[in-house]
Design a protein around this ligand. Structure first.
Ligand SMILES: Cc1cc2nc3c(=O)[nH]c(=O)nc-3n(C[C@H](O)[C@H](O)[C@H](O)COP(=O)(O)OP(=O)(O)OC[C@H]3O[C@@H](n4cnc5c(N)ncnc54)[C@H](O)[C@@H]3O)c2cc1C
Length: 384
């Protein structure tokens, strides 16, 4: 399945590569230390249109295909993963529910704001008793006149502090639950009864913040059901479709990070050789390097192949899970092997390998843990 990349796309990819080299990477360790992405950097990301990558052109986005988006994320994640998270959560899980299932009015009202980066969006599914088991969510919404009244808590919500819009998944029918009793809402920041808790202190991706959301008799206009009142009860399907796409994105982030870690390792081995270490003494390092390259090659091939299948209209649920589990586990292995090769230098705070090792570990948790991906794959195989 060959794909021809347009000149416009090639130009975009080069601009992203230059931005990473000249602007994002030089401050990546500073972003890690301060847990903050400077606003001028967010402006540069906006300027390139990255907040609107998968959003259709009609709504001001770039309208990229899946393979194009994947190739951009591979570039963008060759540095601190927090930059990608800020953008990718907004134009991915935060807004794709509206792209897929929103009404015409919702699309034309919200998508241009998100595509331009004027607004950021977030996706609120996880709760204290509902992470992997998303069907176990407890946050409820009850219709009272012209408003829905939401009560409950969400946790680990990326972008909560910068978002103006939260795609929020709640129970509207306790008996049916995820079989027709879950609904996706658009919750705007500032509606009565909605508040955001303290920033979580995470081990990695420190420039991308997660928070608790609290809904206490939170009043959301009736029209804010994604897809309108006909879609009440259909929110679980919307959420699963959104996550399906997110798994390929996570695969791309993992491949981009792994590639960069391998390149840092090659530079390190060259430095060792230049300072007089013999090739013989570096045999273990060379073998690990060969394993890195082999895993990354396999991961990238399956990622690109699946992205192209998706662009051709194929159902890629099983393949997306395979991509997520294989690529994210590859990134963790590669970062771990790099730590072996860098020895004591690698584990010092301020070494990029140490930052990547912590960042890529998180890729194995969100948008479905590795165990959940394996369940999806095996269930699909056994249902044939
Ligand atoms: C950095 C980060 C950002 C996040 N951003 C968001 C966000 O923006 N929006 C959002 O809604 N959520 C977000 N999350 C939450 C994330 O989606 C959940 O952490 C994830 O789904 C796992 O849920 P859990 O933490 O409750 O773990 P649990 O579901 O409690 O799982 C605990 C462990 O048990 C395993 N396990 C669970 N069920 C099974 C099973 N049936 N079979 C085998 N093993 C099982 C899991 O794999 C895991 O190892 C984020 C998380 C992180 C770390």
């Amino acid at each position: 399945m060959e794909v021809t990349l347009t000149d416009d796309f090639k130009k975009l990819r080069s601009s992203v590569r230059e931005l990473v080299i000249n602007t994002l990477d030089p401050i990546s360790l500073e972003v890690e230390k301060s847990s903050l992405i400077p606003e001028y950097v967010v402006d540069e990301l906006r300027h390139l249109g990255l907040f609107g990558m998968p959003i259709p052109k009609t709504y001001g986005g770039l309208g990229l295909t899946t393979i194009e988006e994947i190739l951009i994320y591979e570039e963008l994640t060759r540095t601190n993963g927090s930059y990608r998270s800020r953008i990718g959560t907004s134009n991915g899980i935060g807004s794709m529910g509206i792209v897929y299932d929103g009404t015409a009015a919702q699309k034309s009202h919200y998508l241009p704001r998100i595509a331009s980066g004027e607004w950021t969006s977030a996706f609120a599914l996880t709760e204290p008793d509902a992470g992997s088991d998303a069907g176990n969510i407890r946050t409820t919404a009850v219709l009272e006149g012209d408003h829905w009244v939401l009560n409950g808590n969400k946790i680990f919500i990326t972008n909560a502090d910068t978002a103006q819009l939260f795609t929020t998944i709640v129970v509207t029918d306790e008996e049916k639950r995820n079989r027709g009793g879950v609904t996706a809402f658009i919750v705007e920041k500032g509606v009565p009864g909605f508040s955001i808790g303290a920033t979580d202190i995470k081990m990695g991706l420190k420039g991308s913040h997660t928070h608790e959301l609290v809904f206490k008799d939170c009043r959301v206009p009736k029209d804010n059901v994604i897809g309108g009142m006909d879609m009440v009860g259909q929110g679980f399907k919307t959420a699963m479709r959104v996550l399906d796409k997110g798994r390929l994105t996570m695969g791309a982030c993992a491949v981009g990070a792994a590639q960069r870690v391998m390149e840092l390792t090659i530079e390190h081995i060259h430095r060792k050789l230049a300072s007089g270490t013999s090739k013989g003494d570096l045999q273990t390092a060379q073998f690990l390097l060969a394993d890195m390259a082999t895993r990354i090659y396999a991961a990238r091939q399956m990622l690109h192949h699946t992205a192209r299948m998706k662009d051709s209209g194929d159902n890629v649920t099983r393949q997306s899970s395979m991509v997520k589990v294989f690529c994210t586990e590859t990134a963790s292995l590669v970062a771990d092997w790099a730590m072996d090769i860098f020895e004591e230098d690698g584990c010092l705070t301020g070494n990029q390998v140490e930052m990547f090792l912590r960042d890529v570990r998180l890729y194995r948790i969100y948008e479905g843990t590795s165990e959940i991906q394996r369940l999806i794959i095996s269930r699909d195989l056994l249902s044939q």
